[in-house]
Each structure stands twice: as structure tokens, then as C-alpha cells.
Ligand binder design. Structure first.
Ligand SMILES: [Zn+2]
Length: 380
């Protein structure tokens, strides 16, 4: 695989130079978040890129890559993490010298979708029997792995992860263990992938494309679509997108599932979706609404947790035991992250999404030198 490394210290200094002097002068601590994700580049060639992105959590957030890895398949080992881990260890240990001052550097979190998270932590994938990164329960096979236990879960800790007390969860060591971070809590359940593109999408697909008995009628689909389209003119301009009909469900983006979950779904499903299914959706919508909001999460996280507990357990009753796949199961662990990071948006992949698309465009435009300047790249 081809690999390009960007030294972290230099990138941080370069980034801070772009902020107002006053903001940087007052800065004692610099918080960083990281993202690792696979980015398909050219459909025809199967080539993909695995960028490691660093977000400097100032206002506005600045994102830059610390490493780019390219190839025709997923990285087969974790060598692509090593430079970033070395650079990061240095700034976490010694701080960042900037304009005659030493700024403390801390890591907020590593945000990834479930496959990337399993890759960089070197653990079993979410589809494996010991795939939950938060609890030790063994999955049960119901045409796919499901997690049937919903209460009194035995939680993983930083110490149990590092000691690999449940060997079945691990493939082996990871360079990330060299960092002074919590190997469980520093890897949040990602709101974008697991809530919006995960559970919310799953519910919509059960209703619109699911098995007979679960599926709603063509007339109901049409009614919901027409209600969504009617809302178009009422969507404030702060939303990136206005609603599309359910006939375009396959093309909905994460932000559209978010808008449906938090805002429009409650309106357009009412009186159309069967009442018990509607109320079940409503519990999810309210719970996530509380966990996303930085001011509501603190006073109401217990209530949100109870709603999610009900959502998962009732979901099994309404949709069958196969409802309890990994994404649904992780909703039981979600409120812990919302509290730790003061709202789900503070630990989600949404902030990285645009930058990933920018990288893709830069590669297509030839602004990122791969693969034309092999001198910049080395093989790993
Ligand atoms: Zn779990």
C-alpha cells in the first residue's frame, strides 16, 4: 500500500497560525479528535484511501490528515497508524511549543464507523460473536449475530481491554494502546453511522422494504412521502437538505436520516404508521433528541437511557429477535458517551464527513499527489 505521512506538530502549528491571535494566546489546552475511515476513490479500479484525520477542536474546527494510505484493499496491518501514534505520544507527553508558550494537548476521541473501529483497535468486527466494544456478552446467531441481553451487562473497561481479559474480543495488540487514552471510552458509539445510518435507516427499511407483515402498504408509503415533500418549504435554511420522498430512500444521506429522526418523522408518521410502531419510534426520537442537545443531556440522560432501554426491548417484541443486531444493541451504551462528551454531536463523524469528501475531490483533481508523485509516498 502507498502511504503519506504529515508530521503532527508542524500541522498543529500551521493550524494555530490561522486562528485569531487572542484566541491562541488564551489557549492553555488544545483538544484533538481523530477519525479513520475507508474512502472509495475510483469505482472502476477498486482503489480506496484510508485517511487518518485530526480535528483541532477550536471554533471553527480545523481538520487535516496526519496520514493517507492508498491501495486496492483494506490495510492488512496497523503499520499505517504508527507515525501518527508516535507524533501524538510526543505532543501528549510534552505539549506543543507555540509562540514561547507550552500548550497542553489532549485527545477527545477517535471517531470511526464500526468496521474502522474494529480495524484500528484490532478487535473482532461487530458481526462477530464478541463484537460489542462496550460489553462482554457473546452474540447469538439468528441468520446474523444479535445481542439478546439488554440488562446487567458486563462492561469493558480500559484495564480489561489492555489486559485482553476476554481474548475472543481481540485479534491482537494495537499501536493505539501506546497512547495515554481510555481504550474503551475514547472510542464513542458514532451517532452518524450507528444512529442515523444505522438504526434510523433500519427502521425505515423495515417499514418500506421489509418482510410482509412488517411492511407498510404502498398507500402509506405514498402518504408519508407526500407529507415529507409538503414540509420542504417549512425547513429552515440551517438544514443542509430538504426532505425527499421515500422512493429515494436508498439515496438518503446521513443528514436526511437525522432530520427524519429528530424532526420530520414525528410529524409525517403520525396517524399513518401503526400506533404501537409510531410510539416506539417516538421513544427513540425523543431519547436521541435529548442526547444530542448539550444543555438537555445533563439533566435528562437517565430518562433518555430509560427510553433507549425500552426502545431496544420493545423493538425485539415488535420486530422480532433479529432486531437486536449490533447497531440496535449499542443504543444501550449511547447515553454514557453523550454524558462524557456533553452531547452526541461532540463525538460524531459528522464533523469529518465533509473533509473526507474534500480529500476525494482533491485526489480526483490531482491536488493530492497520489499516485503521480511516488517520491512523496512510501510503501508500507
Ligand atoms: Zn454491548
Amino acid at each position: 500500500m502507498e502511504y503519506l505521512h504529515y508530521p503532527l506538530k508542524e500541522k498543529l502549528v500551521e493550524t494555530l497560525d490561522r486562528y485569531p491571535v487572542q484566541l491562541v494566546t488564551d489557549l492553555d489546552t488544545l483538544e484533538l479528535s481523530f477519525n479513520v475511515d475507508g474512502l472509495p476513490l475510483f469505482k472502476s479500479s477498486g482503489k480506496s484511501m484510508w485517511p487518518i484525520l485530526c480535528a483541532v477542536m477550536l471554533s471553527p474546527v480545523t481538520i487535516f490528515p496526519t496520514a493517507l494510505t492508498c491501495g486496492t484493499k483494506k490495510p492488512t496491518d496497523l503499520a499505517f497508524l504508527e507515525d501518527t501514534v508516535t507524533d501524538l505520544t510526543e505532543v501528549l507527553t510534552n505539549g506543543l511549543d507555540y509562540r514561547k508558550k507550552n500548550i497542553k494537548v489532549i485527545v477527545r476521541c477517535f471517531v470511526c464507523d464500526a468496521p474502522a473501529k474494529a480495524l484500528i483497535k484490532n478487535t473482532k468486527c461487530y458481526s462477530g460473536y464478541y463484537g460489542c466494544e462496550r460489553c462482554t456478552q457473546r452474540g447469538i446467531w439468528l441468520k446474523r449475530v444479535t445481542y439478546q441481553e439488554t440488562a446487567e451487562l458486563n462492561l469493558r473497561t480500559d484495564a480489561s481491554f489492555r489486559a485482553q481479559t476476554q481474548p475472543e474480543h481481540h485479534h491482537g495488540p494495537t499501536p493505539l494502546s501506546d497512547l495515554p487514552i481510555d481504550m474503551v471510552q475514547s472510542f464513542p458509539i458514532d451517532y452518524m453511522h450507528q444512529v442515523c445510518l444505522g438504526v434510523t435507516k433500519k427502521l425505515l427499511f423495515i417499514w418500506c422494504r421489509g418482510e410482509k407483515g412488517m411492511r407498510i402498504s404502498a398507500g402509506q408509503v405514498q402518504e408519508i412521502s407526500s407529507r415529507l415533500l409538503q414540509l420542504k418549504s417549512s425547513i429552515p435554511s440551517i438544514f443542509a437538505r430538504t426532505p425527499r420522498g421515500l422512493d429515494e430512500l436508498e439515496r438518503w444521506k446521513a443528514t436526511e436520516f437525522r432530520q427524519f429522526l429528530l424532526y420530520t418523522g414525528r410529524l409525517v408518521l403520525k396517524g399513518v404508521l401503526r400506533e404501537d410502531l409510531y410510539n416506539h419510534f417516538l421513544t427513540f426520537s425523543v431519547a436521541i433528541g435529548l442526547l444530542v442537545c448539550p444543555t438537555l443531556v445533563q439533566p435528562h440522560h437517565h430518562y433518555a437511557q430509560n427510553l433507549l432501554q425500552y426502545f431496544v426491548e420493545k423493538g425485539c417484541e415488535l420486530y422480532g429477535a433479529t432486531f437486536l443486531v449490533y447497531n440496535t444493541h449499542t443504543m444501550l451504551h449511547l447515553s454514557t458517551d453523550a454524558i462524557r462528551f456533553k452531547g452526541l454531536d461532540n463525538c460524531s463523524a459528522f464533523v469529518f464527513e465533509n473533509h473526507l469528501q474534500t480529500i476525494k475531490k482533491m485526489v480526483h483533481l490531482g491536488r493530492i499527489p497520489w499516485p503521480k508523485s511516488p517520491t512523496d509516498w512510501r510503501r508500507i
